[in-house]
Design a protein around this ligand. Structure first.
Ligand SMILES: Cc1cc2nc3c(=O)[nH]c(=O)nc-3n(C[C@H](O)[C@H](O)[C@H](O)COP(=O)(O)O)c2cc1C
Length: 173
């Protein structure tokens, strides 16, 4: 099965997962900007991955617009975020995905990434710092919010190759 992994990444976590998946699936691997000028008709399977931004998947609209034109191909998507896999926010987002028209048939996977303030754009860094400030200043903070504020105040890395296994299993099913 000829497979391609297309990724959109700002600070490198999604790129790393895309490369791990491509390695495991013996697939081609391109960034979204490279893929835009490539003819994808030859591929039997297309895996799209991008990072979570404000509870949405960045550039998912590019993938969604093409779904109808890719009938007959195996399509999978994965999202990389700063939250751990077991976080209730992640589980809720994954459930909601299956109610979204066009995406209902497409398996979506979540891979924990992290935060890398050094590689972030200035606007992203400002948004994250603002979010931390709001969380820290919140009255009646829950223990989860307190822990989250502490966690996202600096860079960290939760990524692990083990999280790609469900994606490879689904591809080979
Ligand atoms: C502006 C902004 C908003 C974000 N929103 C979320 C979010 O809603 N949920 C989440 O889990 N991570 C969120 N993140 C964290 C990124 O998804 C995370 O850092 C991811 O690993 C980045 O992937 P990349 O290295 O491929 O760019 C956000 C990051 C930024 C900069």
């Amino acid at each position: 099965m000829k497979t391609i992994v297309i990724y959109h990444s700002q600070t490198g976590f999604t790129k790393q997962y895309a490369q791990w998946i491509a390695e495991g699936a013996r697939a081609d691997c391109l960034s979204l900007s490279q893929a835009k000028s490539k003819n994808l008709n030859d591929y039997d399977a297309i895996i799209f991955g991008s990072w979570a931004r404000a509870s949405a998947v960045c550039k998912l609209s590019w993938f969604k617009k093409r779904i109808e034109g890719w009938k007959g191909k195996k399509l999978l998507a994965f999202c990389v975020g700063a939250s751990p896999l077991e976080s209730p926010e992640v589980q809720k987002a994954l459930k909601e995905h299956f109610h979204e028209p066009k995406l209902q048939e497409i398996p979506l996977f979540y891979c924990p990434g992290g935060l890398n303030y050094e590689k972030m754009s200035l606007s992203s860094r400002v948004m994250m710092k603002l979010f931390v400030k709001v969380l820290k200043g919140k009255k009646d903070q829950t223990p989860q919010e307190r822990e989250m504020a502490r966690m996202i105040s600096s860079s960290y890395d939760l990524s692990d190759k083990k999280y790609i296994q469900p994606i490879l299993d689904c591809l080979n099913r």
